[in-house]
Design a protein around this ligand. Structure first.
Ligand code: UDP
Ligand code: MG
Length: 311
């Protein structure tokens, strides 16, 4: 029998933990003749009753694994950890707050059985999210896609069903500060955009304050783009152009023996813009080396083989 694993990070989720488990078991019960299940809860350093509730659940249900962090390491770290503890043939990543309805899992499994390897949830609508959240999310995905070298689907969070093969690839990526939704897109394989209505949080408040959102956004941009670095180079070139124009202006003024704006002004401006150009280009050069070091440190493979014949 095939096995489905679920990875659920929890940070101060005492209000939703029980409901989350009950809803999952209900849904998984409807497909129990076809799939075994395993739920991996990761307690990301919550100091409320989350852990004791999870311990109680795990005491009753042997299909539940609980991993508890020594402190709060963040949502992406919690999911990364959870993925390593999964053993299923298909792995579903979802939030604890039931914004991503567990009832969709059987349907997503159908797409998986059809040969899709990453079925990512694409939000058709987002109930109960503030204007601020919607606006910042939209702007972020526009900026990210403008900058990124791989296409990262917009309106997509971490809710997805992933084949074991893909989970193994992601588990073997040594990079830190993972931006999982970017990586799941970067790995390739057969991807399927599964449209769904994102619900309101079942209870409690968002655990993603602006500070954490900014950290996630910067991980997304810096891990997937070297364009900010290239921008320094462009700025440097602009300085050289300005410097050159001023130089021509100065020469022409000298030849025609006309006085420039103020004595010495053009010379100082030429020196200033030229030197700024030199500094920016040097920074760009250093940055290019650093970006290569960064690429190597991230340790992403240069390619991922999906299948071979006669080897
Ligand atoms: N979460 C986590 N660690 C954190 C922040 C959030 O494990 O530092 C979990 C949280 O418990 C939830 C999921 O990540 O299961 C998504 O968080 P939340 O629903 O608060 O984010 P939002 O839906 O508001 O973006
Ligand atoms: Mg949520």
């Amino acid at each position: 029998m095939k096995k489905v694993s679920l990875v659920i990070p929890m940070y101060y989720e005492e209000e939703v933990a029980n409901e989350c488990y009950n809803r999952l078991v209900q849904v998984l019960g409807t497909i129990k003749d076809k799939y075994e299940y395993e739920i991996v809860f990761v307690n990301d350093g919550s100091k409320d009753k989350t852990l004791s509730i999870l311990e109680e659940i795990a005491g009753k249900d042997k299909n539940v694994k609980v991993i508890s962090f020594s402190r709060n390491f963040g949502h992406q770290a919690a999911v990364t950890c959870g993925l390593r503890y999964t053993t299923g043939d298909a792995v579903v990543i979802m939030d604890a707050d039931l914004q991503d309805p567990p009832e969709l899992i059987p349907d997503m499994l159908k797409y998986w059985e059809e040969g899709n390897e990453v079925i990512y949830g694409k939000r058709k609508s987002r109930d109960g999210e503030s204007f601020f959240k919607l606006f910042t999310a939209k702007t972020f995905y526009q900026v990210l896609n403008g900058l990124s070298e791989v296409e990262i689907p917009k309106d997509t969070g971490d809710f997805r069903l992933v084949d074991r093969k893909v989970v193994d690839v992601v588990n073997n990526l040594p990079e830190h500060n993972k931006f999982l939704r970017g990586l799941f897109s970067w790995v390739g394989f057969n991807q399927y955009a599964y449209e769904y209505e994102r619900k309101e949080r079942f209870a409690g408040e968002t655990k993603y304050p602006l500070k954490k959102m900014l950290k996630l956004a910067s991980d997304g941009i810096i891990n997937f783009s070297s364009k900010p670095l290239k921008f320094i180079g462009k700025l440097g070139i602009l300085c050289f152009i300005v410097s050159f124009c001023l130089f021509v202006y100065k020469i022409v003024a000298l030849c025609m023996q006309v006085q420039t704006v103020a004595p010495g002004w053009a010379s100082i401006m030429i020196a200033m813009t030229f030197l700024t150009g030199v500094i920016l280009m040097s920074l760009y050069l250093i940055g290019e080396y650093i970006s290569r070091i960064f690429d190597n440190i991230k340790g992403r493979p240069e390619f991922i083989v999906k299948s071979t014949i006669n080897v």
